[in-house]
Write a protein that binds this ligand. Structure first.
Ligand code: ADP
Ligand code: MG
Length: 225
């Protein structure tokens, strides 16, 4: 599903070039559910941005679902992202003037009929326990409910790769656990590949697999020597 080869990415900071990612090789199989852990500033979000095609590495190959992202220009990476990636943010990124349902409707594939759209929306809002809340504005929902709506938005079109960047980072512990287990359960049932950044080791323990970014990243290993 994911294959990285000799990927490196640096950022220019105060006139200096700072290496952030230097990943010799990494493979993720289709359907894996992985928690990505590591200290703040170690490049976790940068790695997700590379995988979603928001940024390109300076060097190396990035393959996702057979697509060579490193060869794609921005427009093609945008198409790839719209079709194949569901992204879940720490702070939900719901549009505040739209209801939960309207937020999801925005990204429903244009090929879907009105009826299919309505059926799917009903099904998914029920599946995440928001059937009575879908006509609420984000501000009328709890933070956990907002993230459930954002999960529906990320998953409804069944993109093959779900990327979640600290999806429970702004939730209290119990809500975080419930939201994480919902996300894991849906991705398992739908056989989606899930990569979730979390700094909470208890939440990471819920995942079938965990990877520390410092085990992927040659930079840190070199510095540690
Ligand atoms: P993490 O998600 O692990 O906390 P990030 O991937 O967000 O880390 O960032 C890694 C490092 O790269 C940080 O030092 C950050 O300041 C830097 N960085 C990230 N994005 C940019 C950017 N667009 N320009 C310059 N520096 C950046
Ligand atoms: Mg981050």
């Amino acid at each position: 599903m994911i294959q990285l080869e000799a990927v490196s990415k640096s950022f220019a900071m105060h006139g200096k070039t700072l290496p952030i990612l230097q990943i010799p090789s990494w493979r993720v199989e289709s359907g894996e559910r992985i928690a990505l852990i590591g200290p703040s500033g170690s490049g976790k979000s940068t790695l997700l941005h590379v995988l979603s095609g928001v940024i390109q590495p300076d060097l190396g190959e990035v393959w996702v679902d057979g697509e060579p992202l490193h060869q794609y220009k921005e427009a093609k990476r945008d198409q790839y992202r719209a079709k194949k990636v569901g992204y879940i943010f720490q702070d939900f990124h719901l549009i505040s003037s739209l209801t939960a349902r309207q937020n999801v409707e925005l990204i429903v594939p244009s090929a879907w009929s009105k009826r299919q759209t309505a059926e799917q929306l009903d099904y998914w809002f029920e599946r995440v326990g928001l059937q009575d809340r879908m006509h609420h504005l984000p501000a009328q929902l709890s933070r956990g409910q907002q993230q459930r709506a954002a999960i529906v938005r990320a998953l409804i079109a069944k993109p093959k790769l779900i990327l979640a960047d600290e999806p429970t980072g702004s939730l209290d512990w119990e809500t975080a656990r419930d939201v994480m287990s919902l996300l894991l359960e849906i991705c398992a049932a739908e056989q989606l590949t899930l990569l979730t950044v979390t700094h909470d080791l208890h939440l990471a323990d819920m995942y079938p697999a965990r990877i520390h970014i410092q085990d992927l990243n040659e930079i840190v290993r070199r510095e540690a020597v």
